[in-house]
Design a protein around this ligand. Structure first.
Ligand SMILES: C[S@@+](CC[C@H](N)C(=O)[O-])C[C@H]1O[C@@H](n2cnc3c(N)ncnc32)[C@H](O)[C@@H]1O
Length: 242
């Protein structure tokens, strides 16, 4: 059984993220934000070591993670304004199928370049492959309901570096294929046993299917916020940089 998740496709391709932030804000999306500290700590670590950091953000949407990585702007209403501060030496390449969201992320400076391709269905074009060169980190939040191992395999087939990977799948998502793939590509794949609330449920059906799927499939989580839709964290990389 898999969770019957509310469909938010309608808000992913608007000119601005206003509807996204309001609709998901009503469900306490990313409050507190499970991405913010983890992403900034990693970016900081890479910048300290190399003087710069390059991030590939899968399903980047309106560039919320880019706003964090480049400007330390938290997810939410602050993402509706252009940043006034100087960017960290961090370059972000966003991948998404939503043209409007990518265009917004680009205009606001939350991402430096974008890949508007559905890598579930197609391979990376030569032009887009160049954009992934020298990546230090690949991230994926709010992504695993939409992408599978296919997208990852397409990205990893063209990268020329050894980036770390951090992803936050929903606890009920079966990502065993993705984990096997990451184990082939990285020395260590760490699956964090903690879980983090992503948002409250949008309706009773979603809640019931989440709780049922959770208890059927997710034996490795020791505790649970059964009143919230939760994610966990996967961190993959070299032994010396996890
Ligand atoms: C829940 S949003 C995630 C946004 C952001 N990463 C976050 O954590 O808030 C899901 C995003 O996945 C995008 N998406 C859906 N299918 C996709 C695919 N095959 N490849 C890339 N992005 C996709 C949607 O357009 C949408 O922007």
């Amino acid at each position: 059984m898999s969770i019957i998740k509310e469909n938010f496709n309608e808000i992913y391709n608007k000119k601005t993220p206003l509807n996204y932030i309001i609709s998901l804000g009503n469900l306490s999306y990313r409050e507190p934000d499970f991405v913010y500290d983890v992403l900034l700590n990693k970016v900081d670590e890479v910048i300290k070591a190399k003087g710069k950091c390059k991030v590939i953000d899968i399903a980047c949407s309106y560039g919320f993670n880019g706003a964090i990585a480049k400007y330390k702007i938290p997810y939410g209403k602050e993402c509706l304004r252009k940043p006034r501060k100087k960017s960290l030496p961090c370059e972000v390449i966003g991948i998404d199928i939503s043209e409007n969201a990518l265009s917004y992320a680009n205009q606001m400076g939350f991402i430096d370049d974008c890949v508007h391709q559905n890598l579930e269905l197609e391979t990376v074009t030569t032009n887009n492959a160049d954009k992934f060169k020298g990546a230090d980190l690949i991230i994926a939040s709010g992504a695993f309901s939409y992408i599978s191992k296919k997208t990852l395999a397409n990205i990893y087939s063209v990268i020329d570096s050894e980036p770390s990977f951090i992803g936050w799948p929903i606890c009920t998502c079966d990502i065993s294929e993705i984990i096997s793939f990451l184990k082939e590509k990285h020395e260590i794949v760490d699956i964090c046993r903690n879980i983090y609330p992503m948002r409250i449920f949008s309706n009773e059906q979603e809640k019931q299917s989440y709780q049922q799927t959770s208890s059927e499939n997710n034996f490795h989580f020791e505790c649970g916020f059964h009143d919230k839709l939760c994610v966990y964290k996967i961190h993959a990389g070299r032994r010396d940089n996890l």
